[in-house]
Design a protein around this ligand. Structure first.
Ligand SMILES: Cc1cc2nc3c(=O)[nH]c(=O)nc-3n(C[C@H](O)[C@H](O)[C@H](O)COP(=O)(O)OP(=O)(O)OC[C@H]3O[C@@H](n4cnc5c(N)ncnc54)[C@H](O)[C@@H]3O)c2cc1C
Length: 184
């Protein structure tokens, strides 16, 4: 059983997976590289001077896999809850269960709604500031949580905040993923 299932492979899901895998969590990401990023040309992602969204995704996927997360080229058809765990069924016939889920579905939030989470008047799935929804262990990040504020860097930040919250709750205190350059 993975520690965390990430559903959605845009900047929100991949950022969550990066932080979680880098910090020792077993993570599986589901998605078929159909993110809206393939339509974007980034001039507003701080630290990146200019890049197509497609190039961004190639680098992001490589980074996530280099930290040990698995990216499965599959679509989650169904997500159900039982006894404090969540089971995802894929189009390809796989079943996978975990206690913690990061939903980064982009536009629509179909699975979040199927779990019983209700969108507000703006179409957003309500969460706390770290992306935690009303369902224990279920985080909703990125465009699904703020449809009228969809920017790549915001989704990536949401994914990071969810991951750090997951790590902090497990540790029982604030978790900081800080690295420093080697001594010269
Ligand atoms: C034309 C256009 C231009 C844009 N230009 C910019 C720009 O210049 N700068 C900028 O910051 N932003 C831009 N954006 C917005 C940017 O693309 C989004 O903010 C960003 O992609 C949102 O990331 P996300 O991770 O929240 O969702 P998404 O990128 O939408 O990712 C969601 C992913 O989840 C997958 N998914 C959904 N459901 C399932 C499921 N059940 N199982 C498996 N996978 C699933 C989807 O296929 C998709 O790959 C642009 C968007 C468009 C359309």
């Amino acid at each position: 059983m993975p520690d965390v299932i990430v559903i959605g492979d845009g900047p929100g899901g991949l950022s969550a997976a990066l932080f979680l895998a880098k910090n020792g969590k077993e993570v599986v990401v589901y998605g078929q590289d159909r993110t809206a990023m393939h339509a974007a040309l980034l001039h507003n992602y701080l630290g990146v001077e200019a890049m197509t969204g497609s190039d961004f995704q190639v680098i992001a996927r490589r980074q996530v896999e280099a930290q040990g997360a698995k990216i499965e080229d599959d679509h989650i058809e169904e997500l159900t809850e039982a006894d404090g765990s969540y089971t995802a069924k894929t189009k390809g016939g796989q079943t996978v269960t975990a206690k913690t889920i990061v939903l980064s579905e982009g536009k629509g939030a179909r699975l979040a709604k199927a779990l019983g989470l209700t969108a507000d008047d703006s179409g957003a799935i309500p969460t706390d500031k770290n992306g935690l929804s009303a369902k224990p262990g279920v985080y909703v990040v990125g465009r699904s949580a703020r449809p009228g504020r969809s920017q790549a860097i915001i989704s990536a930040g949401d994914g990071a905040a969810a991951a750090i919250d997951i790590l902090s709750r497990e540790k029982g205190e604030a978790y900081l993923d800080w690295d420093t350059p080697p001594e010269s």
